[in-house]
Design a protein around this ligand. Structure first.
Ligand code: PNS
Length: 162
C-alpha cells in the first residue's frame, strides 16, 4: 500500500486543488487530502471556513474518486505522515514563486523523516487560481463559479453575504 498526503489549508478548496487530487490519486494506492491546522498559529483565526466546513467541502469535491480520504491534522506534517504510514507528500506548483516557497519545506520534511515530496505542475487552466484570490473576488461580489466547485461557490456566497 503506497499512501501519499497532499497537505494544505484549503480555505476553500478550488478546481486547481481538485485537479491535483485527481492526478495524484492515479499515482498512489491511497491519497490523503490533509488540512493542516494549528489553532495557536498566527493566521489560524483568520480562516474563512472552519476545519469541519473545509473537510466537508473537500469531501464533496472528491466524492467520485475511490482512493481519496480527507482528514485534518495538527502539529508537524512529518509526524502526521509517520502516524499514517505515508511515503510521500504531493504539492501542486503553479510557478517559480510556489516552487521557491515549497523547496525549503520539502528539504525540511525530508530531513525530519525522509518523506519525499512530489511536485505536480498545476494545469495551465488553473495557474492563476488561489484560495485567497477566490475569497477576495467572492467577498466583493465577483463571480467565482468557474474557479471552484458549485457547492464551494454556494458556501462562499453564504459566508460573504452582508
Ligand atoms: O495551503 P498552505 O497554507 O500552503 O498549507 C501549508 C501546510 C499546511 C502544508 C503547512 O503549513 C504545514 O505543513 N503545516 C504543518 C506544520 C509543519 O509541519 N511545519 C513545518 C513545515 S516544513
Amino acid at each position: 500500500m503506497r499512501r501519499a498526503v497532499v497537505p494544505g489549508s484549503y480555505d476553500p478548496v478550488t478546481y486547481g486543488h481538485v485537479d491535483i487530487f485527481k492526478r495524484a490519486a492515479r499515482l498512489f494506492d491511497e491519497l490523503i487530502v490533509a488540512i493542516g491546522h494549528n489553532p495557536s498559529k498566527a493566521g489560524a483565526s483568520s480562516r474563512l471556513f472552519s476545519v469541519d466546513e473545509r473537510l466537508e467541502l473537500i469531501r464533496e469535491s472528491v466524492r467520485e474518486v475511490r482512493n481519496v480520504r480527507v482528514e485534518s491534522f495538527t502539529g508537524l506534517l512529518t509526524d502526521y505522515c509517520t502516524s499514517i504510514d505515508a511515503v510521500a507528500l504531493v504539492k501542486g506548483v503553479r510557478g517559480v514563486t510556489d516552487f521557491e516557497y515549497e523547496m525549503p519545506m520539502a528539504g525540511m520534511n525530508a530531513h525530519l523523516t525522509g518523506v519525499e515530496t512530489i511536485f505536480i505542475p498545476t494545469a495551465a487552466q488553473w495557474s492563476f487560481v488561489s484560495s485567497s484570490l477566490v475569497k477576495e473576488v467572492a467577498s466583493m461580489g465577483g463571480d467565482v463559479s468557474g474557479l471552484v466547485p458549485a457547492h464551494v461557490a454556494h458556501a462562499l456566497a453564504e459566508k460573504v453575504r452582508p
